[in-house]
Design a protein around this ligand. Structure first.
Ligand code: 3HC
Length: 311
C-alpha cells in the first residue's frame, strides 16, 4: 500500500473521522471489517434458531408476542449487517454460502440448546445483555455503515434484554419449581455468555489492530468484566446463585472477580463441535432451500418491473 495513504488513513482514524464506503482504506481494514460484520450478521440469523423453537411453546400470548417480536428483530439486525458488509463489496449470497457450507463463524453462544422456557429468559437477560455490552461501543466504530447499523440494533437489543429479565423475575419470584427452572437455565447459560466476549486478551489475535483502527473500543476482557460487574447484582436481586464458586468482589476496585473460563470448551464450540452446531447449520440450509421459491418469485417480479419501465 502507498505509505503516505496509510499514514493519512491512520491520521483520519486518530482524529475520530468516520470512514465511509467510498473512502480510501487499507485492504486489511476492509478485510477485517468484512470478517467481523459477516460473523455478526451470521450470529443474528443463527441466533433466531434457539429462540424460535419456543415461539409455539410460549406460556402466554404476551410472552409469545414478545418473543416473536424479538426473533423478528434479530432477522432485521442480520439484514442491516449483511447490507453493511455489502458496502465493502462483500456479496450477501457469498457470505450466506460460506455460512451454509460451515466455513463461516458465528457467535459461539448460539450452539447451545434451549431446554426449557427459562432458557428464553436467560438468553434475553444474559446473551442480549452481553450483546449490548459489546454493541454499544460498536456504535462508535470508525467505519460509518457499521456504526450506524449498531445504533438501531442497540435500541432494539435493550427491549430484548428487558423482556428476558422479566421472564427470569417471574420465574425466580414464582413457585419453587419455577425458581429451580430459572436457576437451571442460569447454570447452563452463564459461562457460555462470558465466552461470547471472545478469547482472553492474551489470545486475541485481532484486538491490537482492531483497537488501532478504532473498530474495537474496549478489549474482550474489559467488556467481559463490565458485563460480570453489571450482572452479578441482577442475579442477587433475582435470588439466584451464579455457578461460579470462585466469584468474589475485589474490595479495592469493586469488580467481581470470576473463576477460570473453560477455553477448551470455547475452542471446541467454535471449531464446530458444540452441542448444536450441526443442527443449526442443517436448519439454516433447510430454511434456505425452502425459501428458494420466494427468492425466485422476487427476482422474476423485479425483472418484469424492470422490463415494464424499460418499455
Ligand atoms: N464466537 C465465535 N467466534 C469467536 C468468538 C465467539 N464468541 N469470539 C471470538 N471469536 C473468534 C474471532 O472471530 C476470531 O476468529 P477469526 O479470525 O476466524 O474471525 C478469533 O476467535 C479470535 O478472536 P479475536 O478476539 O481476535 O477476534 P475479534 O477481534 O473479532 O473479537 C468479537 C471477537 C468481540 C466477537 C468481535 O468479533 C465482535 O465484536 N464481533 C461483533 C459483535 C458480535 O458478534 N457479537 C455477538 C453476537 S451478536 C448477538 O449476540 C445477537 C444478539 O441479538 C443476541
Amino acid at each position: 500500500e502507498d505509505a503516505e495513504k496509510m499514514a493519512n488513513f491512520q491520521t483520519r482514524i486518530d482524529s475520530e473521522d468516520r470512514i465511509e464506503a467510498n473512502d480510501w482504506m487499507p485492504e486489511a481494514y476492509r478485510r477485517t471489517l468484512v470478517r467481523q460484520i459477516s460473523q455478526h450478521a451470521h450470529s443474528e440469523i443463527i441466533g433466531q434458531l434457539p429462540e424460535g423453537a419456543w415461539i409455539t411453546r410460549a406460556p402466554s400470548l404476551r410472552r409469545k408476542a414478545a418473543l416473536l417480536a424479538k426473533v423478528q428483530d434479530e432477522c432485521g439486525h442480520g439484514l442491516y449487517l449483511y447490507a453493511a458488509a455489502e458496502t465493502l463489496n462483500a456479496s450477501r449470497e457469498a457470505l450466506m454460502d460460506q455460512l451454509m457450507e460451515g466455513k463461516a463463524k458465528y457467535s459461539s453462544i448460539f450452539n447451545y440448546p434451549t431446554m426449557t422456557w427459562a432458557d428464553i429468559g436467560a438468553i434475553g437477560w444474559l446473551v442480549d445483555g452481553a450483546a449490548i455490552m459489546n454493541q454499544i461501543p460498536l456504535c462508535r466504530c470508525s467505519y460509518g455503515p457499521y456504526a450506524r447499523a449498531m445504533i438501531r440494533v442497540c435500541k432494539e437489543e435493550s427491549f430484548h434484554q428487558r423482556q428476558g429479565f422479566e421472564i427470569m423475575m417471574t420465574l425466580a419470584k414464582g413457585s419453587a419449581r419455577q425458581k429451580a427452572m430459572a436457576q437451571d437455565a442460569l447454570n447452563r447459560w452463564w459461562w457460555p455468555s462470558l465466552m461470547m466476549f471472545g478469547p482472553p486478551d492474551t489470545d486475541s489475535q485481532h484486538s491490537d489492530q482492531s483497537t488501532r483502527w478504532k473498530i474495537k473500543r474496549f478489549s474482550n476482557d474489559e467488556l467481559r468484566q463490565k458485563f460480570v460487574d453489571a450482572t452479578v447484582p441482577q442475579a442477587q436481586f433475582l435470588g439466584l446463585t451464579l455457578p461460579d464458586p470462585d466469584l468474589r468482589q475485589d474490595e479495592v476496585t469493586g469488580n467481581w472477580m470470576y473463576g477460570e473460563i473453560d477455553w477448551e470448551e470455547f475452542k471446541q464450540v467454535i471449531a464446530g463441535n458444540g452441542p448444536c452446531n450441526q443442527d443449526r447449520l442443517a436448519s439454516r440450509r433447510k430454511a434456505h432451500e425452502e425459501g428458494a421459491w420466494v427468492r425466485e418469485a422476487a427476482a422474476a417480479y423485479a425483472a418484469r418491473q424492470a422490463s415494464r419501465h424499460a418499455a
